[in-house]
Design a protein around this ligand. Structure first.
Ligand code: B12
Length: 218
């Protein structure tokens, strides 16, 4: 990673500590992880220097002892969250995600984007593509045993197709949870348990992570 980018993360993290802003501090570390920086570099190049700065400011009387304690607490919390994020990402290859569009649905660009994002994030991805009738989806689910099935529906009436597909899968493979997206989703679909709705493909990783975690804790 370029020095300038690293320095930018360092400055942003220190500013978050001094503002007492835990969310901003966590965001910096998440962005650094997403940018490919490993935890050792985050510890040594971002978190430690920010805490040294906090110590210096306290010594000079520019901030209070309470400010220093708050900065330390935020950093400990950020470390715990980063540890959990790493654990989740290390677990992903053990979980399978199947993707399909329902009967007569040919719009699959968002579905393919979702599949690529999930594969890059580490998930074991099975892409069935467009126009998959419910019985075929159910047979495929029993064969591949996905933890999560992502579906996309664009055409009017597609929401009903999704309901039929989910019902048919649940009859034979009740272990699957669902992530749904697309402009034809109805409010009825938004209320179902074990179903996450995504407005954007970039929401898919968080949604699948949440469903997998929920299943593990049941
Ligand atoms: C490309 C395209 C096609 C291609 C699809 C090719 C393919 N392999 O996918 C082809 C030419 C086949 C096609 C056909 C048709 N199309 Co068309 N098509 C489009 C177009 C131009 C782009 C769709 C697209 O890929 N968008 C990009 C993706 C990334 O965005 P998105 O699908 O909107 O998804 C976003 C979210 O909804 C969400 N999302 C969606 N699904 C999922 C799933 C998951 C798991 C997650 C996490 C998120 C997520 O993430 C995305 C944002 O990040 C749209 C225009 C538009 N405004 O959308 C029309 C459009 C969707 N098509 C339309 C129509 C009418 C048709 C046809 C009936 C045309 C015809 N007369 O033949 C047929 C029907 C085909 C069928 N039975 O499905 C209408 C639909 C209107 C409606 N819903 O009432 C649109 C809106 C065009 C219009 N303005 O009229 N189409």
């Amino acid at each position: 990673m370029p020095e300038a980018k690293l320095a930018e993360f360092g400055r942003a993290y220190a500013a978050a500590l001094l503002a007492g802003d835990e969310v901003a501090a966590e965001l910096v570390v998440r962005e650094a992880l997403d940018a490919g920086l490993g935890m050792p570099a985050i510890d040594d190049e971002i978190i430690a220097p920010a805490l040294w700065l906090v110590g210096d400011l306290w010594e000079r009387g520019d901030i209070s002892i309470a400010d220093e304690h708050l900065a330390t607490e935020i950093s400990l919390r950020v470390l715990a969250l980063a540890r959990e994020a790493r654990r989740v990402s290390q677990e992903r290859p053990k979980h399978r995600v199947m993707l399909a569009a329902p009967t007569a649905e040919l719009h699959v660009v968002a579905l393919r984007m979702t599949g690529d994002l999930l594969r890059d994030a580490g998930y074991d991805v099975v892409m069935l593509g467009a126009d998959v009738p419910p019985p075929a989806l159910a047979v495929s689910a029993t064969r591949h045993k996905p933890d999560v099935i992502c579906m996309s529906s664009t055409m009017p009436g597609g929401g009903d197709q999704l309901l039929v597909s989910m019902h048919e899968v649940q009859e034979v493979w009740p272990g699957a949870a669902f992530v749904l997206g697309g402009r034809s989703l109805t409010s009825r679909l938004r209320m179902l348990p074990g179903v996450e709705i995504c407005e954007r493909v970039t929401d898919a990783i968080e949604a699948v992570d949440a469903l997998v975690k929920r299943a593990a804790s049941n």
